[in-house]
Design a protein around this ligand. Structure first.
Ligand code: ARG
Length: 479
């Protein structure tokens, strides 16, 4: 361990102080390591300091500590902040968690005022405050990244609004769609993900501070004041609930799981689109890797990794849900296990979004292959049925007629549009020369011209709608 600054000679001094003289022997070395959280909760250090500063200011305004104490606490915390930011802070496992590490250092720096900071507070409301503050900032970054990804996909949709590709159901060629329309489907998914994040943020952004250990405190505290100072939208209204529920962590990992599930669906498509059997797209080389044995290989490692990482974020959700299940009121040490899954979900989602923002901007659709694939498999059969129905043939009858037309074409090994007018007419006399217009891929996509349809005109309208939304987000200072 580094010794950049000189903590007390006995590192356990502060911890022993925290529990006073109740104990006759020190905690076993293994137990210390088993129950510690500082190795992972130190990443909430700045949130912890922010919470402490707000608490100290409130204690002072309420007459619980003196102006001098507050000034000392501020000075000490400023130094600790510097030490943490410059990597000089000496984190000690023996001090268990981020809270006791910072408090011990504060007391070492400023003496008794440091020991007064914990008046009217417990680590139980302190940790709940920290994790909410920390998560709030991360949610904002995730929301911004989701916005970036949407922008990249909308730009793809704009460029490829007219690019025809096969639309699939059951992985069978169904009807032609445009590549732009396909991209916009994901823009919708990521928009709901964004909404979910913003919605759950409101429930994250409530202040547990003042709940103390579980029942509140005997000091004349002002919970509204600390909530305001910390930018919380509201105060948790029940102290037992405030220190003991992590439902916001479940909500967050659930929303993070949905982000990853959507990314995983997209990944699956990118993977098969890259396969030689499809050759629908190229990914930028820097997002692919080779094989150590097969020199010809170019593997879509990033989408595959993302598809795999989806499972770990869903695992984080399971961890959070199981952590809460059956947990009695109020705080229990089990709750320390809330941090790693939440942090893991944050890191995984952010890394994944970062990769996808850059990668999706570089996706190059292979227009000729997409078109070829769209033409195979009679994708305009529904258009022919609609054509007959428009001329008075009941749709079910039209469906049956077209089924027979498709059978003839497939026996011949040709497309429907390759059959002569005479041959087509032999199936139904309502068919005339203009039938060939609906049998083309262009005719097929252009005719699905309503809100949500795949017509290039509609894709462009959607692109314009999204661009307006991005503009107003920017004007509001957010993505
Ligand atoms: N490290 C603990 C956690 O993460 C802080 C709260 C501990 N409270 C207690 N009473 N032991 O939950």
């Amino acid at each position: 361990m580094s010794t950049e600054h000189n903590h007390s000679d006995d590192p356990l001094h502060a911890k022993k102080e925290a529990w006073s003289g109740r104990f006759s022997e020190p905690v076993a070395e293994f137990v210390l390591r088993y129950t510690q959280s500082v190795s992972f909760d130190k990443r909430m250090a700045l949130a912890d300091i922010a919470g402490s500063l707000a608490h100290a200011q409130m204690l002072c305004q309420c007459g619980v500590i003196s102006e001098q104490d507050l000034a000392d606490i501020r000075r000490g915390m400023a130094q600790i902040t510097d030490e943490i930011k410059s990597g000089k802070f000496l984190w000690q496992l023996e001090l268990e968690d981020v809270h006791l590490n910072i408090e011990a250092r504060l007391t070492q720096l400023i003496g008794d005022a440091g020991k007064r900071l914990h008046t009217g507070r417990s680590r139980n409301d302190q940790v709940a405050t920290d994790i909410r503050l920390y998560l709030r900032t991360e949610i904002d970054q995730i929301v911004e990244m989701l916005g970036h990804l949407q922008e990249v996909l909308v730009a793809q949709a704009h460029r490829e609004y007219n690019t025809i590709m096969p639309g699939f159901t059951h992985m069978q060629v169904a009807q032609p769609v445009t590549f732009g329309h396909h991209m916009l489907a994901y823009v919708e998914m990521f928009d709901r993900d964004r909404e979910r994040m913003l919605d759950l943020r409101r429930r994250v952004n409530r202040s547990p501070l003042g709940a103390a250990a579980l029942a509140g405190t005997t000091y004349p505290i002002d919970r509204e004041l600390t909530a305001r100072l910390l930018g919380f939208e509201a105060v948790c209204q029940n102290s037992l609930d405030a220190v003991s529920d992590r439902d916001f962590g479940i909500e967050f990992t659930a929303a993070a799981s949905l982000v990853m599930i959507h990314i995983s669906r997209l990944s699956e498509e990118l993977v098969y689109w890259m396969s030689q059997r499809f050759s629908f797209i190229q990914l930028p080389d820097r997002f692919t890797t080779g094989s150590s044995i097969m020199p010809q290989k170019k593997n879509p490692d990033v989408p595959e990794t993302a598809r795999g990482k989806c499972s770990r974020v869903v695992g984080d959700l399971m961890t959070m849900a199981m952590l809460m299940k059956g947990l009695p009121l109020a705080y229990n040490k089990d709750l320390q296990e809330d941090k790693e899954p939440v942090f893991d979900a944050i890191d995984t989602v952010k890394d994944t979004l970062r990769a996808f923002i850059e990668m999706m901007a570089g996706v190059e659709p292979n227009r000729a292959e997409l078109r070829k694939a769209a033409a195979a498999g009679y994708p305009t059969a529904t258009d022919l049925a609609d054509y007959l129905a428009r001329r008075g043939v009941p749709f079910r009858t039209a469906h049956d007629i077209v089924g027979r037309v498709v059978r003839l074409a497939s026996e011949r090994g040709c497309d429907i549009a390759d059959l002569s007018l005479g041959e087509l007419k032999s199936f139904s006399d309502v068919i005339s020369e203009d039938v060939y217009e609906v049998l083309t891929l262009e005719g097929s996509i252009a005719s699905r011209n309503h809100v949500g349809g795949t017509a290039p005109e509609q894709v462009l309208k959607q692109v314009a709608r999204w661009e307006e939304i991005f503009k107003s987000r920017k004007a509001a200072g957010a993505h």
